[in-house]
Design a protein around this ligand. Sequence first.
Ligand SMILES: Cc1cc2nc3c(=O)[nH]c(=O)nc-3n(C[C@H](O)[C@H](O)[C@H](O)COP(=O)(O)O)c2cc1C
Ligand code: SF4
Length: 646
Amino acid sequence: MPRLDLSPTDLESILLRYGSDPTNLLQILREIQEFHGWIPPAVIDSLSQSLSLPRGHIEGVVGFYSFLHAEPIGQFRLLFSDNITDRMLGNQDLLEYLCNKLWLERGHVSEDGLASVDTTSCTGLCDQGPALLANGYAIPRLTRQRLDQIVELVLQKVPVTQWPSEMFLIEDNIRRSDILLGNNMQPGDALRAAIAQVCVPGSAVEAAANQRSWREGIPSVELCAPLSTLEEIKRSNLRGRGGAGFTTGLKWEACRNAADEPRYVVCNADEGEPGTFKDRVLLTAQANLLFEGMTICAYAIKAKHGFLYLRGEYRYLLETLNAVLEARRSANLLGNGILGQAEFDFDIKIHLGAGAYVCGEESALIESLEGKRGIPRNRPPYPVTHGYLQKPTTVNNVETFCAAALVALNGGDWYRRIGTTKSAGTKILSVSGDCARPGIYEYPFGVTVRQVLADCGAENTLAVQISGPSGVCIGADEFDRRIAFEDLATAGAFMVFDESRDMFEVARNFAHFFAHESCGFCTPCRVGTAMLKATMDKIAAGHGTQYDLAEIDQLNRILLQSAHCGLGHTACNPTLDTLKRFRPTYERRLKSLDFEPAFDLDGALATARRMTGRDDAGAHLSMETAEPLAAPPPDESGVLLARTES
Ligand SMILES: Cc1cc2nc3c(=O)[nH]c(=O)nc-3n(C[C@H](O)[C@H](O)[C@H](O)COP(=O)(O)O)c2cc1C
Ligand code: SF4
């Protein structure tokens, strides 16, 4: 439980731990939030002085991240995960139940300041939902009985850290393992294999080592092993697992070739895409493999510093991961002179996110690492040349680094033999939704959707959402398609919907997600995602028309052309996919009119009619539009009004 009495000494000790370094601002604020429960104005003043940062900058950072608060939010902050799979498991009923039990209104702090209850975006526990975060710590498999237990603990003011540990038990649910999840590599094996590499006389790697030796001021023989490692990664055809599928070897090479130093290695463990939780399991079950992969990367690109950017929802993993790092330092697998190599110095720090999906975008993630708001940068230049602190930086997904460690150990040829010609290796899928065995499945690339559905015990499947809301929704006639970059590329989410589900409601949930997570930096996305959400709500409320459906297409075109980052580019995907494949679910909600405004124009003229004493037919708009709207869809932004006015 937050102490709510942060003294100047407490603040000093937090600042001391972070070296009063402004790039650590987010970490400092996160600790204050955890310690104190919110970030009071006086603390912002102190930070402004201690870190020599403008007050407005700090307020901007606090305002950006949804887990930071400039106002009290109660001693117990209970946030229900609100992915579509949580909804399918009944999270809305449970939320209402908890609010009633605690005598409070959703989104408001109880009058005694004890607790608040609200929702948050997907917490990465879709295989064991519904879930909630209690003061940032995840509790899976919620039931009414579990909520009764939580209510008791809250009312007795028991600190969350003293709640029964079985409440926080999160399972890995590994259902199918292959080379990654089934590996038995010992810490250091891959690093030793990398260091032992030699240049084959007359090879291209030897020529490159000779050429670089002069430029980099390193004897060519010492360059053989790192450059051979790089060569193996390139030969493996490993492609990034974070979604975009960029060739990992080329990324590492571009970073190594960047003239500037120091270079940085960053692992993207933000995993915010709804329906994705495979990185959580890798972080739990394969942390050594991940850190080994990051260290291999540092060796290949000659980096000295690494960061693991861990999403705030995975806060509970922090201590365990730090312990793994500590053990690796003790084993000389991190720190100075790794495994006796004089020039091989590298260490890793963990940075925690604070609830912002957009921070998964690599340039936004780097901004966040620098202690700023996570707003995506203009690209180019790319992080490989201008990344963390404008220095060359390699950013890869958790699964990519794990695979890279295996490539270093077993060689590129071994790796590319697994999977398909264009998609080497395996892919880990996070399977959730309507199936008997949700969890983690690792397959060689090329597996069909039908096979995955059979393995996870899905029956009467209507649709599968591949790669989360930003991915693609497919129907039953496409279940023979394959998980591979050349067919269904995916960052890992595999959400199953059976015939009892309404795909319109699925798309509506995703439209809400994008509107909530848009960082607001660029107008097309800020306004466009709000418009999409409002349109879906309007259709849900029974006021949609064919005109609204046509508008979504137009909106998509605008977002594709002018949104600043991938979030805006993909925001319409779920709506367009479901419209294409499940159009009747939209059409049965539509009015027969060509167009219905989202507000009551005739009603707005009532005052004028009263003032002029007129109520004849000529003083009204057509009777069709004169009918007042029963329940206007929620529109926090006023965007719909602006659109219909223009
Ligand atoms: C809105 C948005 C969110 C993203 N979230 C993640 C994420 O959570 N994890 C991730 O690895 N990549 C994410 N990405 C992709 C990253 O920008 C980047 O391509 C990736 O981390 C590179 O690693 P890889 O080459 O190993 O795939 C996201 C991209 C966008 C546009
Ligand atoms: S597209 Fe959306 S998320 Fe991306 S920068 Fe623009 S407003 Fe932010």
